[in-house]
Structure formats: C-alpha cells, structure tokens
Design a protein around this ligand. Structure first.
Ligand SMILES: C[S@@+](CC[C@H](N)C(=O)[O-])C[C@H]1O[C@@H](n2cnc3c(N)ncnc32)[C@H](O)[C@@H]1O
Length: 279
C-alpha cells in the first residue's frame, strides 16, 4: 500500500522525546504549553525605595495554553501541528505589550492550531484567526479557543483566508478597517505559498493605511549540491522577493527578548517587521 510522506514538528518531538505518541500513525493529541508571567503580589500594598520611587512587587506564575493538534501530518495539513515560530511569536506578543494590548484588533494569517492567536487574545481587544478552509483546520482553532477560554480576555473571530484567492470576504474587508497589526508565524516553507503570502500581505496592508506586519519564521537549512554549501532556500527566496518589493520596508528584529514559553529558541528563528513604504 502507498504511504504518503508525513512530517513531525520539532516542538512536539522535543516535548515527547521518549513518548510513544511520536509514532508514525497520525492522531490527535493535547499538549500543554507552559509560560511564565508575573503578577503584582498585592496591588493594595504600595512600596517605595529610599528615593521615593515606586517599587512593584512581582511574583512569577506558571500558566499553560492547552492545544489539541496532530502528532504528525502530511504537508497539506502542517497547520494541524504547532511550530517553533508560533512560540517565538507568542513570546514577542507577551514581551511587547506596548504593541499588543487591549487597544488592538489583530489579524493572524495561517493560524494553524491557533497557538499564537490565543496568546494575542490574552491581551488584545479582538483577534481574527485565519487559515485555509481545509479539513478540520478552522474547527480545530475554534476548539482550541474554547479549551483556553479562561485565559482569553478579547473577542475572537475565526475566518477562512486562502493566500491563493484574489478577493477577501466581505466580513474580512469590514473587519480590516480596525486592524493595524497583522501577524504570521511559519508560513514561509514553500516558494509558491510564499509568493501568494506576500501578495496577500501587500493587499491587506495597502487596502487601508497604517498597518504593520510581524512575521516569525525558522530558517530551514539544506545542503545544496549546486552551491556546494548549506543554504536556507525558502528563506532566501522570501527575502529576495521582499527586497524587490518597492511597496514595503523590511526590518529584521532582534530575537534576544524575554522567553516566557518553554521551548528551544534556536538561532534559526527570525522575526521580521514589514511596513508600507510611502511612494
Ligand atoms: C507550518 S504551518 C504554521 C502554523 C502556525 N502558524 C504555527 O506556527 O504553528 C503553516 C500554516 O500556513 C497555512 N497555509 C498554507 N497555505 C496557505 C494558504 N494558501 N493560505 C492560507 N494559509 C495557508 C497552513 O494551513 C498552516 O496553518
């Protein structure tokens, strides 16, 4: 019998090093993504230092985002797993509360299982999760939102958005009026999807003004027999397209910020910021 190729995310492998659920049959599993966050121990008690400056007493707590996902998947269902860039982006959201806060309506592209969007919804007024309407991807996001409803403070919306499609739905166009921030984690792994993704981001960012997009990704290295060297072809292709695009300005962000979630923050993880270039 013909067997199709399946992939397993490194996040799941690292969490289950000696566990049977990393076997080759595809099935649903639930994983807990623990994160640390600090709270004021007693907001009533105001402490000051010898100069009279306010001292905040903080206590670190561990909480968890619970995610239902596949243990492995075929390539067309990689959105049923959690990938490392989702955790990098989650840390970035937790760290940059000046950007991700209750004033914001944020749109996420390629939400997958909804991990990063759930972290957005822990801080922002509204989170619009989007992905392709393929098999259980969108219903699984809704299930994961419900599993984490005690953490969520903002409104959540789950909508289909396929980078291949030229037009956005009426509901999305309506919602876009309030969106200033767009995020995407790990959607750069196939050159055709990358082209369609950039085209989608361009349309979203130029439909109404003042939008910023944050993109998390992992450079995946291979040995190239033509170059006789290691290279990250999907990342290189993506950067080349963005460098040629006159409509946007690209910035590489420093990834050396606080790590709240427990995962292996490898050096191949990258965070990019895109803004619209004024003509
Ligand atoms: C590697 S997964 C990353 C999922 C999630 N953001 C994460 O980091 O865990 C890539 C995501 O891109 C989505 N995707 C692939 N092709 C797409 C398309 N044409 N339009 C919209 N999303 C797409 C997949 O469904 C999947 O959710």
């Amino acid at each position: 019998m013909e067997r199709s190729i399946t992939l397993q995310s490194e996040v799941f492998q690292e969490m289950n090093e000696s566990n049977e659920s990393s076997n080759s049959t595809i099935h649903n599993v639930r994983s807990s993504f623990k994160f640390s966050h600090s709270t004021n121990t007693n907001p009533q008690e105001i402490l000051v230092d010898e100069d009279g400056d306010l001292l905040l007493q903080r206590k670190s707590n561990i909480k968890e985002v619970v995610i239902e996902h596949f243990n492995r998947s075929p390539l067309d269902l990689v959105g049923m797993q959690v990938w490392r860039s989702a955790l990098l982006m989650s840390d970035f959201i937790m760290y940059r509360r000046d950007i991700f806060n209750y004033n914001q309506v944020v749109l996420e592209l390629g939400s997958g299982v909804g991990m990063t969007g759930i972290v957005l919804a822990m801080h922002c007024k509204e989170t619009i999760f989007t992905d392709v309407n393929n098999k259980d991807i969108l219903s699984n996001i809704k299930k994961n939102i419900n599993l984490n409803k005690d953490l969520i403070i903002g409104h959540t919306t789950v909508l289909p958005l396929d980078f291949k499609e030229e037009l956005f739905s009426e509901l999305l166009r309506e919602k876009l009026k309030d969106v200033k921030i767009i995020i995407a984690a790990d959607v750069v792994y196939d050159n055709e999807i990358t082209k369609q993704f950039i085209n989608t981001v361009r349309k979203l960012m130029t439909i109404t003004p003042d939008k910023t997009t944050y993109i998390g990704l992992e450079k995946r290295y291979i040995f190239s027999t033509t170059e006789l060297d290691i290279c990250a072809p999907c990342y290189d292709f993506f950067i080349e397209l963005l460098n040629k695009a006159s409509w946007c300005k690209l910035e590489l962000l420093d990834c050396n910020f606080t790590q709240y979630f427990h995962y292996n923050r490898v050096k191949e993880l990258v965070l990019l910021k895109l803004t619209v270039q004024k003509p």
